[in-house]
Ligand binder design. Structure first.
Ligand code: NAD
Ligand code: IPM
Ligand code: MN
Length: 360
């Protein structure tokens, strides 16, 4: 098969980790007689500098014409003073809205080889395997009205959801739970917010169509604690946009680094794939960024947009083998340095390619 992939590498470490992810995908697809046709376009800060807008028209058109879109990361200190609607991040939000994917799947898992990397105790993290289903097109990110009124010194955003927006993302979460351990935890703030009361009532109603899945509701504040004290209690976690943003970064603690976690956004016209981390301005340009989250995101592209399950699994296995062999990026190099070898972004990418190639 041929997959037409639009790559928007973006800013900071975005291009560094994306390069490694694409190279791994190419290796795997070529070995299987498939082809990955890559088109590259600008997004984010780099697009502001060259095109005057964070999402140029030709990027948007290429995205809508592609089979799938792969994003590195956007943003950086250079553009931090801009208002929200012209910042690099606005380009990403416009892209998400245009592609219409509303279900952002964010796995957070413990990897045996990295379990000692987590600040959490081994008996708490080992075996943890959570799948966040983060609603991606609603809530505070997109609700109107929104404004910062400089004259009155007030600012407001609107957390808004419709019943239909909740139903469609809940259905995806329940279907995923049916294929996993049949447990779904819906996270809200129904003790305070009307929008969360609608969320809870709607999810409870949708649950009637999935009697084999156990549904529980949890308030977001206590969930932030529970996910650290008992991550193994959770299977699929369904939540709204901002809560999902926060809880998924927090859950990177289970794996050991934000640089390890992938995501896939499904349900719209074109799927969007992005590691969950940002542009990491503090380490950009040093070739020390961890590309494994981006590489695992590449596996999700093969699984969800190319139907290549065995190839996707081969990438995931290769990542584990590279860690098992003792290779680490700087963010994973905690503890006794004689136990492992610290590699650069490009070196660990090459190790994954060699390892996966040997299994194909
Ligand atoms: P960040 O995720 O960029 O970085 C947080 C911390 O994690 C930093 O210390 C960073 O060095 C580390 N880190 C992140 N990814 C890593 C990797 N692959 N390897 C090793 N270490 C890694 O979050 P931030 O610092 O809060 O945000 C920086 C910029 O990124 C902001 O402009 C923000 O808006 C943007 N951002 C973009 C995306 C995206 O494009 N999808 C996601 C999150 C943040
Ligand atoms: C993420 C990021 C984005 C978000 C920003 C950059 C718009 O934090 O993908 O998690 O908040 O969704
Ligand atoms: Mn985030």
């Amino acid at each position: 098969m041929q997959l037409n992939l639009l790559v928007v590498a973006g800013d900071g470490i975005g291009p560094e980790v994306t390069r490694e992810a694409i190279a791994v995908m190419q290796t795997v697809m070529n070995a299987g007689g498939h082809s990955l046709a890559v088109t590259e376009k600008r997004i984010g800060g780099i697009a502001i500098d060259t095109d005057g807008t964070p999402l140029p028209q030709d990027t948007l058109e290429a995205a809508l014409a592609s089979d799938a879109v792969f994003l590195g990361a956007v943003g950086g200190t250079k553009w931090n003073a801009l208002p929200p609607n012209t910042r690099p991040e606005a380009g990403l939000l416009q892209l998400r809205a245009a592609l219409e994917g509303f279900a952002n799947l964010r796995p957070a898992f413990s990897i045996a080889e990295l379990a000692s990397n987590s600040p959490l105790k081994l008996d708490i993290v080992s075996g943890a395997d959570i799948l966040f289903v983060r609603e991606l097109l609603g809530g505070l990110y997109f609700g109107a009205p929104r404004e910062w009124n400089k004259h009155t010194g007030e600012a407001w955003n609107t957390m808004r959801y419709t019943r239909d927006e909740i139903i469609r993302v809940a259905r995806i979460a329940f279907e995923l739970a049916q294929k996993r351990n049949k447990k779904l935890t819906s996270v809200d703030k129904a003790n305070v917010l009307e929008v969360s009361q609608l969320w809870r009532a709607t999810v409870t109603e949708v649950a009637k169509d999935y009697p084999d899945v156990t549904l529980e509701h949890q308030l977001v504040d206590s969930m932030a604690m529970l996910i650290m004290t008992s991550p193994r209690n959770y299977d699929v976690v369904l939540t709204e946009n901002l809560f999902g943003d926060i809880l998924s970064d927090e859950s990177a603690v289970i794996t050991g680094s934000l640089g390890m976690l992938p995501s896939a956004t499904i349900g719209g016209k074109v799927n969007l794939y992005e590691p969950i981390h940002g542009s990491a301005p503090d380490i950009a340009g040093k070739s020390i960024a961890n590309p494994l989250g981006a590489i695992l995101t590449g596996a999700l592209v093969l699984r969800h947009s190319a139907g290549l399950e065995a190839e996707a699994a081969a990438i995931e296995t290769a990542v584990r083998k590279v860690l098992e062999a003792g290779y680490r990026t700087t963010d994973l190099a905690r503890g006794n340095t004689t136990d492992f070898k610290v590699l650069s972004t490009t070196e660990i990418g090459a190790k994954v390619r060699e390892t996966v190639a040997a299994t194909l």
